[in-house]
Design a protein around this ligand. Structure first.
Ligand code: UTP
Ligand code: MN
Length: 515
């Protein structure tokens, strides 16, 4: 399920010091070595006065490391000692900082600003040349290193369940680099020179290559805590924090939860009720069947509307955890209120098992461009659970488990379900419909290209696009808009291609955004 990414602690619009942070993507650390403490303190104050986030201590949050009269080697050695895992910080000379102070915003990073790193790895010994931001690479669905990426993904998932976002992203980035490799890695030496592989990830990779498994991964995924948190967050409406609280109260499975007397909110009740269905992958055929119905609804309530299937299915995946639709209308403004009309249409026909609408709350003039590294957007939107009748499906697309003769109540069903393998198709309730998570998002046509780009994913690809925009181009990208911090203006676009061009990136088609 979608758990909104937690915002970085120190990256809010107002820093801990009460000064305003104008550029949330840029978190600066000034290296004291050779600069001296008093000059460092002076430069830090200057930066903060200008709206920059300058940290006193080095942490995972830092994106730009600035030094004066140091070699890249010295700074790299110092960084390695910090063991923070963020191996993708920019190492910059003080000239970038002073120019940025003069410009009043972070200036674009040019070659002259970077500390010249002596290539430790000789060119000929490097097997793969992989750029460091995932949005600079093509990542198709055919992954030659699932043994390694599965291991790293488990550790990322575990970190997410523990609310350790910095660690989670480090593992996700490492996995994404391996997904982009053209061949299966069989020796650790092939990884020389690859970006984003922190010391911890390398250890895990080495373990898997040499022993077939990583002992850390094995003990993590078989731990009671991981199993319980995964089961509990498998309930629609339950995030990592809630699951953790319940786990600490001794709740480890659905029966214990049902018997705990906890008041579940409406989403969680629906999530529990449809637990089985919502944890079954949604097929492309099911997504298309739902698409046909939603399209009918949309065109019925607002002729001329456009609707597209986004998310993983747009990237070519053949199954997904939900179905994501994006809707717009060529006349700006006509789309306002569309979600509730579509929801009424669907509700009147008994097609929704659950729905929660949010209005569009994005106002360019008020919200401004800076959307910190959160992927929450402000569109008019409906989170729903769709009731998909089997008769809507062509018979050849029917789920193999539909012939089950079990007739069980919800709670019996859950108990049975837990006692058995989650994938046991015999556990499928015998009925002529299934529940499917569906997201309906409505965008004004002026924001549509940004919305399509933002909703196509993958999540890591999106995150990397925003990081690239902020760190390299000094721009702020969201699912609503792109803002250029140097020119102090919004950059408009009517297609994804135009957005890539604004960002100075080669266009990557959806099927190659599977980072
Ligand atoms: P999903 O979570 O649906 O992922 O978000 P997915 O890639 O389709 O994967 P599966 O197959 O369903 O598991 C789709 C995209 O929508 C964005 C996410 O960042 C992702 O890129 N999204 C999701 C948002 O922008 N905002 C949200 O609130 C939720
Ligand atoms: Mn999806």
């Amino acid at each position: 399920m979608m758990v909104p990414l937690k915002r970085r602690k120190v990256c809010g619009p107002v820093s801990d010091r009460g000064t305003t942070v104008k550029f949330p993507y840029v978190v600066i650390f000034l290296v004291e070595r050779k600069m001296g403490a008093s000059r460092r303190a002076f430069l830090s104050r200057l930066g903060r006065k200008n709206g920059f986030q300058v940290e006193d201590d080095f942490s995972d949050c830092v994106t730009h490391v600035i030094s004066e009269n140091n070699s890249a080697d010295d700074v790299r050695t110092w960084l390695d000692l910090q063991q923070k895992g963020n191996v993708t910080v920019e190492l910059l000379d003080i000239c970038w900082y002073t120019e940025s102070m003069e410009a009043g915003c972070p200036v674009e990073i040019l070659a002259k600003h970077k500390l010249q790193e002596v290539q430790k790895v000789k060119e000929e010994s490097v097997e793969f040349l992989i750029p460091s931001y995932a949005c600079q690479r093509r990542t198709s669905l055919d992954n030659h290193n699932t043994n390694l990426t599965d291991a790293l993904s488990h550790l990322a998932e575990n970190a997410e369940l523990n609310n350790e976002d910095g660690r989670a992203v480090a593992f996700r980035r490492a996995a994404a680099v391996l997904k982009a490799l053209p061949v299966k890695v069989t020796s650790i030496t092939q990884l020389r020179g690859l970006p984003c592989l922190g010391e911890h990830s390398q250890r895990v990779i080495k373990d898997v290559i040499e022993n077939g498994v990583s002992s850390e991964v094995e003990s993590t995924i078989h731990s009671e805590r991981f199993k319980a948190l995964k089961l509990l967050t498998g309930i629609f409406g339950v995030g990592a924090k809630t699951a953790d609280r319940w786990f600490k109260e001794g709740i480890q499975n659905l029966t214990q939860l049902a018997n705990s007397g906890h008041d579940l909110n409406r989403a969680q009740q629906a999530g529990l009720e449809h637990y089985y269905d919502l944890n079954q992958p949604v097929t492309k055929a099911e997504a298309e069947a739902i698409g046909d119905i939603v399209k009918k609804a949309v065109l019925d309530v607002l002729p001329g509307s456009e609707i597209i299937l986004t998310g993983g299915f747009r990237r070519g995946k053949i199954t997904g955890h939900d179905v994501d639709f994006l809707i717009t209308h060529p006349d700006e403004g006509k789309e306002v209120g569309l979600v509730s009309k579509v929801v009424s249409w669907l509700t009147a026909r008994g097609l929704l098992l659950y729905q929660k609408n949010t209005r569009n709350s994005y106002l360019e003039s008020e919200d401004g461009p800076a959307q910190p590294p959160s992927n929450m957007d402000r569109f008019e939107r409906c989170f729903s659970i769709f009731k998909l009748e089997k008769k809507e499906m062509h018979s050849k697309h029917l789920h193999p488990g539909t012939q089950s003769s079990d007739q069980k109540t919800s709670i019996e069903h859950l108990q049975y379900f837990q006692a058995n393998d989650l994938s046991n198709s015999q556990m499928r309730p015998n009925r002529n419909w299934r529940a499917v998570r569906v997201d309906l998002v409505v965008s004004p046509i002026s924001q549509f290209a940004f919305a399509v780009l933002g909703w196509t994913g993958s999540k890591l690809f999106e995150r990397e696009l925003r990081r690239w925009a902020g760190q390299v181009k000094s721009m702020s990208l969201s699912s609503h808009a792109l803002y250029d911090n140097k020119q102090c203006k919004y950059l408009r676009a009517t297609s994804e291609e135009e957005i890539f061009t604004h960002l100075g990136l080669e266009f990557i088609p959806p099927s190659e955004r599977n980072a």
